[in-house]
Design a protein around this ligand. Structure first.
Ligand code: LLP
Length: 416
């Protein structure tokens, strides 16, 4: 593993986490480059080109992370004009970008058309019409994949489940054929494929394969209508173990997907993995400010809060919390909570930890949807980020300064 103890001290690759915290302060995100590469290879080794793996930028969009993946030949799944700009700034190739999202604006469509992205994952009939319009104004043709909602239950947290009929995402399966026929007719649309994304943090292959079967049946039906479909994009969603869950066997899933797609034939397979590439490649390091005895439990008040890592507050997500320096003291039952003025501001409930003020803790598996979901709530500057490469650590995002937080704000004269 890229995060491990040596002589009782936690290391990120060959860098002592305590030394990183001393140098860069806390809260601090620490990423292992080697772990990102390893996670990527898990996919790329099973699916060499011409398959397309598009890393979901929303999971972790730091330029250094995107740049590593670009160098490994990654494509990118984006959901905004901002993410497209990041990919380009990081050296990613526009022609390997797929653009997801339910409410793309005209300006975002125009920017993506100008850059020449691989395709738009279109989520509604209305979006298709607007894209045709924007493409006409640019006198070009927009490459399109239709995001279809396969209506499968991904059996994950309701906030991150996206493939049910009741979700806002995708075109309903029963409308897919009509929208595909319309796409064929629109002069500035080039229909290339279909895609789906059923949810996130899914740890069994069954819902994915179930969705794949429905998508393959749709492809067969569309082809029967004379519509050309050359790719199937199965989205992201592959979960990682946060507690003691069994990891999904990625290569078995990819091979089975390949087998089923081969049976239909003529398809390039695509995926949009996010969490599975960066989740276990990052930790959030935080310092204990106080230990406070409570009536029925104790609290460790730490300097990282829900604004730094929102997942526990938002999804009751579990993240392992471990000491940066192992201790022989006997563990206490504690809630690990942040400084933000919200009861929901916690990192972990009912943990067994031996820690006192001044000690450092590491919140594990924080590489995905950690920094990208962080905010400035309570006027807290966002954390610094470092990427470790062997025994070197590089600052890949400086800690925000206070004055940066109110940059662009203006005081208004009081009318009396
Ligand atoms: N493709 C699409 C269209 C998506 O909506 C997503 C994630 C992905 C790919 C990447 O999914 P992944 O492989 O990372 O599961 N903030 C939540 C997760 C939200 C996921 C949103 N969509 C969390 O912290 O658990």
């Amino acid at each position: 593993m890229s995060f491990d103890y040596h002589d009782g001290l936690l290391y990120a690759e060959q860098c002592s986490v305590a030394a990183l915290a001393a140098q860069h302060g806390t809260p601090l995100y620490v990423y292992s480059q080697q772990q990102i590469v390893k996670n990527w290879q898990q996919f790329a080794a099973v699916w060499p080109a011409p398959h397309r793996l598009c890393y979901a930028v929303k999971a972790n969009s730091n330029l250094a992370v995107l740049n590593v993946l670009a160098q490994l030949g990654a494509g990118f799944d984006i959901v905004s004009g901002g993410e497209l700009a990041r990919v380009l700034a990081a050296g990613g190739r526009a022609d390997r970008v797929v653009f997801s999202g339910v409410a793309k604006s005209r300006a975002e469509m125009a920017a993506a058309l100008e850059q020449g992205i691989y395709c738009f994952n279109v989520e509604s009939a209305a979006e298709l019409e607007q894209l045709n319009d924007v493409a006409r104004a640019h006198q070009i043709t927009a490459p399109v994949s239709l995001r279809v909602n396969p209506d499968v239950d991904a059996q994950t947290h309701p906030y991150i489940s996206t493939g049910l009929k009741s979700n806002k995402f995708g075109i309903a399966m029963r409308h897919a054929r009509d929208v595909a026929v319309r796409a064929q007719d629109l002069p500035h649309i080039q229909l290339q494929g279909v895609d789906c994304h059923i949810g996130s943090q899914i740890l069994t292959a069954a819902p994915f394969l179930d969705a794949a079967d429905r998508m393959l049946a749709l492809i067969t039906q569309l082809r029967g209508d004379g519509i050309t479909i050359s790719h199937l994009n199965m989205g992201g969603g592959i979960g990682i173990p946060y507690q003691h869950e069994q990891a999904l066997d990625v290569s078995a899933y990819l091979l089975e997907l390949q087998r089923r797609a081969d049976a239909v034939g003529g398809l390039t397979l695509m995926l949009e993995p996010g969490r599975s590439i960066v989740g276990n490649a990052g930790i959030l390091v935080t310092e204990v400010i106080y230990h406070k005895a409570g009536d029925d439990k104790d609290f460790l008040l730490v300097d990282a809060g829900m604004n730094d890592l929102m997942r526990p507050a938002l999804y009751q997500a579990y993240h392992d919390i471990i000491p940066v320096k192992q201790s022989s003291a006997s563990p206490m039952l504690v809630d690990v909570v942040g400084p933000v003025c919200e009861t929901g501001d916690f990192l972990g409930h009912a943990r067994h930890l031996a820690a006192a003020a001044g000690d450092l803790l590491a919140v594990m598996n924080a590489g995905a949807y950690g920094f990208t979901m962080s905010s400035n709530y309570n006027t807290r500057p966002r954390a610094a980020e470092v990427m470790v490469v062997g025994d070197n650590a590089h600052v890949i995002r400086e800690r925000e300064t206070l004055s940066e937080l109110w940059k662009g704000e203006h005081i208004v004269e009081l009318r009396r």
